[in-house]
Design a protein around this ligand. Structure first.
Ligand SMILES: [Zn+2]
Ligand SMILES: [Zn+2]
Length: 206
């Protein structure tokens, strides 16, 4: 059961908390996104946080399912997006900036940061020197061992600091770059918030 007495102000507080702290990997939504002031949030997690603001206690997600949460918000006049409804909602193009949680402008900045010549190259060189290979920080995949010569020296750099937290810093720092395979890179960018390396690691099925 979804607790009674939850109102828009509580949902807004919940959204603000998510803007600030992100969504824990296990609380992300799979099927539905709730839209609050143009941004997408996981409906069940919003209910939990809203309940915390309304009653002082976080409501356990086991008490209701995603469909109930969806109906609850639709009943209150909110927009709820079914991520499975349209193929283009689910299968996003890698360069589709609408898929980037922080928005179009930030997506461009993010991309520039991780593609801007020197730093990604330095990160790869450093790793090669240290470990003699370029393994994905998340799943351990190594292009060289899978694709042979063709894959030698290939890996993608991912900038781990959300653009909103860069505070205007212009230079990419070596430590800010993770080295990830193309699959994991796409997964980091998928969904309503940018996942951290640790969060995605936990989700990888071994
Ligand atoms: Zn990977
Ligand atoms: Zn990235």
């Amino acid at each position: 059961m979804i607790p009674k007495g939850l109102h828009h102000e509580h949902f807004k507080q919940a959204a603000t908390e998510i803007d600030r702290n992100g969504v824990p990997a296990e609380r992300r939504s799979v099927y539905y996104d709730l839209v609050i002031e143009g941004k997408r949030y996981p409906p069940k997690y919003i209910v939990s946080l809203a309940a915390k603001f309304a009653t002082g206690e976080e409501h356990l997600p086991a008490d209701f399912n995603a469909v109930e949460a969806k109906k609850f918000f639709l009943g209150k006049g909110y927009e709820v997006v079914d991520r499975r409804a349209k193929a283009e909602d689910v299968v996003v193009d890698e360069d589709d900036e609408s898929a980037f949680p922080e928005g179009r402008e930030s997506f461009k900045i993010h991309r520039q940061r991780e593609r801007d010549g020197k730093m990604p190259r330095k990160a790869k060189e450093k790793r090669l020197a240290e470990t003699k290979k370029l393994e994905c920080d998340i799943c351990g995949m190594d292009f060289h061992s899978v694709y042979g010569k063709l894959g030698y020296g290939f890996i993608e750099a991912h900038h781990t600091v959300p653009v909103s937290k860069l505070n205007g810093a212009v230079k990419t720092k070596l430590d800010d770059l993770a080295l990830v395979c193309s699959n994991c890179h796409r997964m980091l960018h998928r969904g309503s918030t940018l996942l951290t390396i640790e969060e995605l690691k936990k989700l990888v099925q071994r």
